[in-house]
Design a protein around this ligand. Structure first.
Ligand code: GDP
Length: 718
């Protein structure tokens, strides 16, 4: 294969032989186990063949489980070489990027999806498509991530490969086609049939680590089935490969293995085809075939469309495209921060173009500062390798960065770009937090600040009424994990208050506001005067500020302080004191005094102007609405639906399968506290549910009154 001229001769692996992939799964489907096995077979954690006996095996696995946190926390690099196909005998660099599986971490999933080029979706062969896999799948569609599916746990009782494939078709509206078929299932799951080479791989019973398998003829009882699935595979692939299509229409069936592989690769890239592989990570089967497929079918950084970026003067629309090219100006995205107990803060970056070098100064357009890269590493399970430079398409980590937070772009000072910032959902829940021992107050603050830097959906604020520290996030579990990390990583034990709804406020009409801060009786006075116009902004855009001052009626140096005042006022809206979102503010007029004006006076003018405008802009209170999916035996369906109605929920759809019904609904979070217990008693413990944030909606009047009364009471208690 001819390599692209975008490759620097100094890079360790050409772009063509790089795969940045994510592994996603519903919780417990086996993502961690799969990742561990990938590291094992690729020789990162233990040289293959070092583990001889069953006992050593379990030991090793237990250790790995302990380390699971590190392994799946970020991005791990390994190498893989396939033996067949167009990439045969070429060592590939594979970067595994973790995509969290739990519903509370939707934002983290979105963030990691931005930096990967392809993904493996892991499903459980028994449970098939579960609600969270559905969410991640849809997000992958949104970010145009080509993927392959691994149907894991083929060894479990009730494993049904073909059922899971069908599930992908019906529930996810995907176009799944097996690349391999399983030989046997449950405790008789022995190996896989390769539908491209038409060979069978049977794992060696005497090698529990699954390193050895025999390549044999397809067993007679599977021949017909394999022929049928291979024909279907070729027909499906033909849709995406003109050369195959032409010959296929002429009745030809005799395609070479490589022709089919190239066809599958094209089909996968089109996003309209998903290859499916059966396996059991736990029983060490199918992982090598999965890795071969990652190399053969998932894109390299050169195969994906360029990413859009904002130039220095772009306001709303990104005008630049960043292409993987080692010779272009350097552009990288900080996608994850991780506090390592041993070496401190790690900033994971994806280099999109150019090269990040140890010792270089890199520019951060957000902070407008240069940052020196003192150490650069790639992660290999529990160890890290220092590297000198990282070229386009690489994933690596910076150690010792001072002021880089998740979502920052890093670039060259004279080539300023901002990569499109991911949109993060608003937190939906908050609770007060305080250290068990007063002496820990400072440690708590440091820990909270560090964790908030890592995670843009986790927010720390101070309650204006009570002075307490408030933490806000995407769900109770999210905040529990934060407390757990405070304890484990920062050694602070913290008490948390009852979870509260994180309401938001917004406006529904445009309005004008005037803010004057004038104190001019005797001595040096104060003078600030600002006039603004506000209007509703598109949902999720949070805030936009436009300076329309002409003729210097507010001098340049007072514009920023005025904006700061506006932003401060937005932290506490006029409806019930909650943060205000989705407002566009235009600063249109004002005046100043030669002597008495100051930054402080204009900040106050900004605060007053915003409060004044908001009062006239038909402000409303918004509450978080959750997307809830309940799966229940039919006999409890009526009770559960009645209960959803009582919770102000709206049924969005229902689906029956056998005698089990899945109910989809949107329900205000306010009514969902304690739902786990309630649904258990409603269904004698037989129904289950999942829940994730959906959107914000205006609260009904009765609820608004309650919220306002609650706020008033809290203020009175002070
Ligand atoms: P994750 O939550 O998706 O990361 O899932 P884990 O990898 O932690 O696996 C969840 C549980 O399923 C663990 O107890 C694993 O040992 C088990 N598990 C994972 N893969 C398999 C498999 O292939 N077969 C069986 N029987 N169990 C598995």
């Amino acid at each position: 294969m001819e390599l692209s001229p975008k490759n620097s001769p100094n890079r360790p692996k050409p772009l063509e032989y790089t795969r940045n992939i994510g592994i996603s799964a519903h919780i417990d489907a086996g993502k961690t186990t799969c990742s561990e096995r990938i590291l094992f077979y690729s020789g990162v954690v233990h040289k293959i063949g070092e583990v001889h006996e069953g006992s050593a095996t379990t030991d090793w696995m237990e250790q790995e489980r302990e380390r699971g946190i590190t392994i799946t926390s970020s991005a791990i690099s390994c190498h893989w070489t396939t033996k067949k196909g167009p990439f045969a005998n070429i060592e590939h660099q594979i970067n595994l990027i973790d995509t969290p599986g739990h519903v509370d971490f939707t934002a983290e999933v979105e963030r990691s999806l931005r930096v990967l080029d392809g993904a493996v979706a892991v499903f459980c062969a028994v449970a098939g498509v579960q609600p969270q896999s559905e969410t991640v799948w849809r997000q992958m569609n949104k970010y145009h991530v080509p993927r392959i599916a691994f149907i894991n746990k083929m060894d479990r009782t009730g494993a049904d490969f073909y059922g899971a494939v069908e599930d992908i078709k019906t529930k996810l509206e995907g176009n799944p086609h097996p690349l391999y078929l399983p030989i046997g299932a449950e405790d008789k799951f022995k190996g896989l049939i390769d539908l491209v080479s038409m060979k069978a791989y049977i794992y060696d019973e005497n090698d529990p680590m699954g390193v050895k398998f025999d390549t044999v003829e397809i067993p007679a009882e599977y021949k017909e089935k394999a022929e049928q699935y291979r024909a279907e595979l070729i027909e499906a692939v033909a849709d995406f490969d003109d050369a195959i299509m032409e010959r296929f229409l002429e009745g030809e069936t005799n395609f070479t293995e490589d022709e089919i592989r190239i066809g599958i690769r094209k089909a996968t890239m089109s996003l309209k085809f998903v290859g499916v592989i059966p396996g059991s990570a736990f029983k060490n089967k199918g992982v090598q075939m999965l890795m071969d497929s990652v190399v053969d079918y998932l894109p390299s950084p050169l195969d994906v469309p360029p990413i859009r970026a904002y130039g220095e003067n772009d306001e709303d629309t990104p005008s630049l495209e960043i292409v993987s090219d080692d010779f272009a100006p350097t552009t990288a995205l900080a996608f994850k921060l991780w506090s390592d107990p041993f070496i401190g803060k790690l900033v994971f970056i994806r280099v999109y173009s150019g090269c990040v070098k140890k010792g270089m100064q890199i520019y951060n357009p957000r902070s407008r500062k240069l940052e020196r890269i003192s150490r650069l590493v790639i992660m290999k399970a529990d160890k890290r390798d220092d590297i000198e430079e990282a070229y386009s398409g690489s994933i690596c980590a910076i150690i010792g960065a001072k002021d880089i937070v998740t979502g920052d772009t890093l670039c060259e000072k004279d080539h300023e770009v901002r990569l499109e910032p991911p949109t993060f959902p608003e937190p939906v829940i908050s609770m007060s937090i305080e250290p068990k021992s007063k002496a820990d107050q400072e440690k708590l603050s440091i820990g909270l600040q560090r964790l908030a830097e890592e995670d843009p959906t986790f927010v720390v604020t101070t309650d204006q009424d009570t002075g307490q520290t408030l933490i806000s996030g995407m769900g109770e579990l999210h905040l529990d994990i934060i407390r757990d990390r405070l304890f484990r990583e920062f050694k602070v034990e913290a008490d948390a208050g009852k979870p509260q709804i994180a309401y938001r406020e917004t406006i529904t009409a445009p309005a004008d506001g005037v803010g004057k801060f004038v104190r001019q009786s005797g001595g040096r006075g104060q003078y600030g005067h600002a006039e603004i116009k506000i209007e509703p902004l598109e949902k999720g855009k949070h805030y936009e500020f436009v300076n329309e001052i002409v003729g210097g009626v507010i001098p340049k140096e007072y514009i920023k302080p005025t904006e700061e005042g506006i932003k401060e006022a937005m932290l506490n809206g006029v409806v019930a004191g909650y943060p205000v979102v989705d407002v566009k503010v235009r600063l249109v007029f004002g005046s100043f005094h030669e002597v008495d004006s100051s930054e402080m006076a204009f900040k106050m003018a900004g605060i007053f102007a915003f409060k004044d405008a908001m009062k006239n802009a038909s402000p409303i209170l918004l509450e978080p609405i959750m997307k809830v999916e309940v799966t229940t035996p039919d006999e409890y369906q009526g009770d559960i639906m009645g209960d959803i109605n009582r919770r102000r929920g709206q049924i969005q759809g229902m689906e029956s399968k056998g005698n089990v019904t899945t109910i989809k609904a949107t329900i205000p979070l306010e009514t969902m506290f304690g739902y786990a217990t309630d649904i258990r008693s409603l269904s004698s413990g037989r129904a289950s549910y999942s829940m994730e944030p959906s959107h914000f909606e205006q609260v009904p009047n009765a609820v608004l009154k309650q919220v306002q009364e609650g706020v008033a009471k809290k203020a009175a208690r002070r």
